[in-house]
Design a protein around this ligand. Structure first.
Ligand code: COA
Length: 321
């Protein structure tokens, strides 16, 4: 019998503190006009006080479970996509298991930079299809404010903090609904375009994000467009069948570029970059949460997700809600 993963819950958490472009302009040689014009970003949320990767992930996950009406004791696994964990281990996911009160599950983190949510979703779907789990919480939680070089105007203005989560549940009678396909890619030869110049285990632990923005931009539209084509082709569907594009929110110009290639009007694209900036692995579930809660995305809608990040890694997922 066909088994498929249904997306039954969404949730998110954004830090209390908002930092506007104008506030950044007070300490960096930049301006609201430059940042908005080049990226579409107007503000970002930044952690403060006790907010960290685990805190945000746990709150997003609890909201997603509440949305789905699922008790934590019925969760089999938690997968957290993050490049900014609070600790190397225990994994963020295992801390979240503890916070939620999941007593019978397993958990681990996935590091695939901004594509992390697509990677984690793909793994969760594989566990469900292989009947290794019936209910998996997939989370993206990121604290990029920790790894930014706040003196580098080329990167500091682009990112924000936050977390988003979805709940996937096995269904033996899915009809047309559920995760239809996921597609993952990586190219190690482009590793120096976007990376963190530090890691635990190195004499200087402090790592900062470094990026060749122009080159990343050049790769992004082409790779994302080919990945969404791949998803549609596998499903035997056309771009016109897609109800909503929910892209990784790196930059409005990249998002518009992919939408243009798909000949998809921007009215069918969920955009949060203006308010959240780039929250890396958290950006897709944050956008999904917003659009499902405000009623734009409805049951039966076909949602196409895509992301590209450091690695380079990239991928897409096609989900019927
Ligand atoms: N404010 C003002 N000026 C800035 C600036 C800022 N925040 N950041 C860079 N600049 C300046 C540069 O110093 C450069 O000045 P110069 O010509 O005097 O040397 C000028 O703006 C152009 O820089 P460049 O890097 O060529 O700009 P760009 O048009 O490529 O835009 C990005 C920069 C980062 C917005 C763009 O490359 C981009 O969006 N790349 C993709 C990045 C991304 O999304 N990464 C994450 C993927 S997950």
């Amino acid at each position: 019998m066909t088994i498929r993963s249904m997306l039954v819950g969404v949730g998110s958490y954004l830090p209390e503190k908002i930092v506007t472009n104008d506030e950044l302009s007070e300490r960096l040689d930049t301006s609201d006009e430059w940042i908005r014009g080049r990226t579409g970003i107007g503000q970002r949320h930044i952690v403060s006080g006790s907010e960290n990767a685990v805190y945000m992930a746990s709150r997003a996950a609890q909201r997603a479970l509440d949305f789905a009406g699922i008790d934590p004791v019925d969760v089999d696994a938690v997968i957290v996509a993050t490049s900014t964990p609070d600790q190397v281990f225990p994994a963020t996911a295992v801390r979240v298991l503890g916070d939620l009160g999941v007593t019978n599950g397993f958990g681990f983190d996935v590091a695939a930079a901004c594509s992390g949510f697509i990677y984690a979703l793909s793994m969760a779907d594989a566990f469900i299809r292989a009947r290794n789990a019936k209910c998996v919480v997939v989370i993206g939680s990121e604290v990029y404010s920790r790894i930014l070089d706040w003196s580098d105007r080329g990167t500091a203005v682009l990112f924000g903090d936050g977390a988003g989560a979805v709940v996937l549940q096995a269904s033996e009678d899915p009809g047309e609904r559920g995760v239809l396909s996921t597609h993952l890619h990586a190219d190690g030869s482009t590793g120096d375009l976007l990376y963190i110049d530090g890691a635990i285990g190195r004499p200087d632990h402090t790592g900062h994000l470094r990026m060749n923005g122009r080159e990343v931009f050049r790769h992004a539209v082409a790779k994302l467009a080919s990945s969404v084509d791949e998803a549609l082709e596998t499903a035997g569907l056309a771009a016109s069948d897609v109800s909503w594009l929910v892209p990784h929110q790196a930059n409005i110009r990249i998002i518009e570029g992919v939408a243009r290639k798909l000949q998809m009007p921007m009215e069918k694209v969920v955009v949060t970059a203006d308010r959240h900036a780039n929250t890396s692995a958290a950006s897709i579930p944050l956008a999904l949460d917003e659009a499902m809660r405000d009623g734009r995305i409805k049951r039966g809608d076909l949602v196409l997700m895509e992301a590209l990040g450091g690695g380079l890694t990239w991928g897409s997922a096609l989900v019927r809600i």
